[in-house]
Design a protein around this ligand. Sequence first.
Ligand SMILES: *Cc1c(COP(=O)(O)O)cnc(C)c1O
Length: 396
Amino acid sequence: MKFSVNEHGYYGEFGGAYIPEMLHPNVEELQEKYLDIIYDESFQKEFQNLLQDYAGRETPLYHAKRLSEKYGVPVYLKREDLCHTGAHKVNNTIGQILLAQRLGKKRIIAETGAGQHGVATATVCALKGLECIVYMGEKDIERQAPNVARMKMLGATVVPATSGSKTLKDATNEAIRDWINNPVDTHYIIGSVVGPHPYPDMVARFQSVISKEIKEQLKEKIGTELPSHVIACVGGGSNAAGAFYHFLDDEQVQLVAVEAAGCGINSGMSAATTQLGKPGILHGSKSYVMQTEDGQVVEPHSISAGLDYPGIGPLHAHLYKTGRGTFLSATDKEALEAAFELAKLEGIIPALESSHALYGLNKLQFKKGDVVVVCLSGRGDKDMATYMKAMDTNKI
Ligand SMILES: *Cc1c(COP(=O)(O)O)cnc(C)c1O
């Protein structure tokens, strides 16, 4: 497995665990135990049962005929939008809550920006009856009221982060401070393939059910398990990591990651990390980071909250650097176009994040015999306010 993490937590030159001394006991416990726990038979049994009966897996692989006609190539949508809570994030939070239980943890912490990961975490804490504390920037709490209400209804305590820019970065700092102070009884659920080793690998393994199912479903539908392209959007990179995972060593399959270009890559309001970033340390691992000359993290921008992140998981940094992955980007406007196109052609309203992946269809050249899979990471209910505004201002 050329693209798997090595025993030190690196993908090529990226990854590792760059953490304060005081976090070493927590992170080392995870590093030592995670593989034994998640490949234990009783863990796998409970994980598979919950993925099936609670999250609603397997999710369909849908042959989108009208979309296929438009692009002149068979397009299949992996319907993560049909998962419980509306996106792929729950695959990971189910895995991590089972891990936390087996580590004997009683208390769960998480940080969230737009609230999607906070909701997925609060959901599984309710499922398991564990205490849930979600750190969220004060500004994000104001901007994301519906998700704050969901978390509270699910029994979570939402704690405002009031320092700095009062957004995701500050919420992350608060969560880390909490974890340092509660090393014995608390597990920190990280929501993407980011953070110190073993989080990127652990989250990728939990999300890898996506590509496992794609292979089985394609085999059944078209007689081969290998498409020509798999396309996914990348914020931190967890739905993409899950959609790519079982194809990493099938080098005839082109793995296409679509980042958020925001108002345009060179507009100063973008989140296209591989295009704008340089190697650096963010949230405990080495990867590409959008930063100034003197290493200050640059504030990203994207119309979709889930892609509004100044870094990218270390697996993706490695896929970019080695050329195994093709990295494209879509602007806010292009993502909106793709969302309205899917709604009208297929009767599916996608999440704004997933719409970036869909726009990738416009940027690729297909040839006869190609088969394309797009990971439809989530549904668009949460984005209706943005879609309504786009219709009102005739942007569409
Ligand atoms: C959070 C989110 C993303 C971005 O996260 P990744 O870790 O990059 O997958 C993408 N799509 C949806 C629907 C999300 O909610």
